[in-house]
Design a protein around this ligand. Structure first.
Ligand SMILES: *Cc1c(COP(=O)(O)O)cnc(C)c1O
Length: 453
């Protein structure tokens, strides 16, 4: 598989070359030159690891030992069941796909557990070390840390906005005692954290000297890992490969739903991809109007992992919409300004948005009707999914986090705290290890200089 940049100005590369790289040198994102077509009949009935290997080997065809690596990533020990992403049927034709049974109880584990193992292997082969610098508003940071903790050739420096995450989310990150994990609690908001990462990366000499890397959602390996569960969910929700299914996806950076787009391009019979946003509705606006209007800043909501002002993976989809015209993509995304794409058909997607009151109402009604507690992000997806549900088309709603992570919102909706999985009962009481930093790039650079390996 060969990879090209969405902005058309970077050399063609193999997967092993883009794995550790992040953005392409022209500022674009790497995408496969073409999407492989698959034979569904050969995929139905496979176990999760076997399915994952069948799909991932198409994208990662220059990674020796991929099958074993995938096999030790997608296990019952790490994801709680042999199914990895179990399908729960609420009523005939309405399902929840459980993507959040990994170590940090959010769907990002599915991609990051794989990425951690891929990084470790690649760095071992090159005899290199890497210092991952990231910013998190909650779920990405913990998923990255749990994927990379204890790995010998990687350090993680994770910036988080001090006091802005749920108590569970910060306890999950800050309680890690592994020496290679550095939690940096920034006296600011998420945007400050992200700006600091950008500024450090803009210092090319520093970046090279300290081998600064990233695990952000634009990494192609993360997209590829997420393609797998669309197939898995499809097979669980259907009897025959002639049946179409719709997926409702709570969206922020457009990574999850873009994987559904890739699955469809590979031949999965997807009827509609139903995109749900919260009050940060830049993507909903795009799919309704064709106008892309990135915002200055996100507003804080009760589905915080979807609080984004511009969606990083969206560029990959626009590259496809614009028929792989890198110059046009560059014009839109290099400027960061508004774009009007209303004349280009946006087939196969529908969208909607959800407010705090609607999340609460959805959590309540799903609980009353089906006896199932869903988290606020999943609730955004269910709310919008039901608005677009069609007779005779099974609807699979992506469960992107477990309710235990967002106890305050669940208490507001249901009057009681959500159940905790075994092992998480006293999480907030564990000793925490983090360093408070001022929101300045120089401060984080000094910290990295003192602690990088
Ligand atoms: C990251 C996240 C999302 C948004 O996913 P994207 O791939 O950024 O669109 C939704 N829900 C939860 C719980 C998340 O952690």
């Amino acid at each position: 598989m060969r990879y090209v940049s969405t902005r058309g100005g970077a050399p063609v590369k193999r997967f092993s070359e883009i794995l550790l790289e992040g953005l392409a040198p022209d500022g674009g994102l790497y995408v496969p030159e073409s999407f492989p077509k698959v034979d569904l009949a050969r995929f139905r009935g496979k176990s999760y690891p076997a399915l994952a290997h069948a799909i991932l080997s198409q994208f990662m065809d220059d990674i020796p030992g991929l099958e074993a690596l995938v096999g030790r990533t997608y296990t019952k020990e790490i994801f709680g069941s042999d199914d990895v992403t179990p399908l729960k049927t609420l009523e005939p034709g309405l399902h929840l796909l459980g993507l959040s049974n990994g170590p940090t109880l959010a769907f990002k584990d599915i991609a990051l557990q794989l990425l951690g193992n891929l990084f470790e292997k690649a760095l071992e082969q090159k005899n290199q070390t890497l210092n991952i610098l990231g910013a998190t508003s909650g779920d990405t940071g913990s998923a990255a840390e749990y994927a990379l903790r204890g790995k010998r050739n990687v350090n993680v420096f994770m910036l988080s906005p001090r006091g802005r995450m749920s108590a569970f989310q910060s306890a999950q990150m800050y309680s890690l005692q592994d020496a290679n994990i550095h939690n940096l609690a920034v006296e600011g908001v998420f945007d400050d954290c992200q700006d600091m990462v950008k500024q450090v990366n803009a210092d090319a000499a520093f970046k090279e000297k300290y081998r600064i890397g990233a695990v952000n959602s634009i990494n192609w390996a993360r997209v590829a890992a997420q393609v797998v569960y669309y197939f898995k969910g499809y097979f669980e929700a259907t009897r025959a490969n002639s049946q179409e299914v719709s997926f409702a996806v709570p969206s922020g950076n457009f990574g999850n739903i873009y994987a559904g787009f890739v699955a469809r391009a590979m031949g999965l019979p997807v009827h509609k991809l139903i995109l749900a946003t919260n009050e940060n509705d830049v993507l909903d606006e795009f799919f309704r109007s064709g106008r892309y209007r990135p915002r200055k800043a996100a507003v804080a909501t009760s589905s915080p992992s979807m609080d984004i002002s511009r969606a990083s993976n969206f560029e990959r989809y626009v590259y496809d919409l614009l028929e792989e015209d890198g110059a046009k993509v560059n014009k839109i995304f290099a400027s960061g300004e508004e774009a009007d794409l209303s004349l280009i058909p946006r087939a196969g997607f529908v969208s909607g948005r959800s407010t705090h009151a609607e999340r609460i109402a959805t959590i309540k009604s799903v609980h009353a009707r089906y006896g199932v507690v869903i988290d606020p992000h999943t609730a955004d997806g269910v709310k919008v999914g039901l608005e677009h549900r069609e007779q005779g088309v099974p609807l699979v709603c992506m469960e992107t986090a477990l309710p235990a992570k967002f106890a305050d919102t669940i208490r507001e909706a249901l009057g009681t705290a959500p159940a905790r999985r075994a092992g998480f009962e006293r999480l907030e009481e564990l000793p925490q290890r983090f360093k408070v930093l001022k929101p300045e790039a120089e401060v984080v650079k000094r910290y990295i200089e003192a602690h990088a390996r």
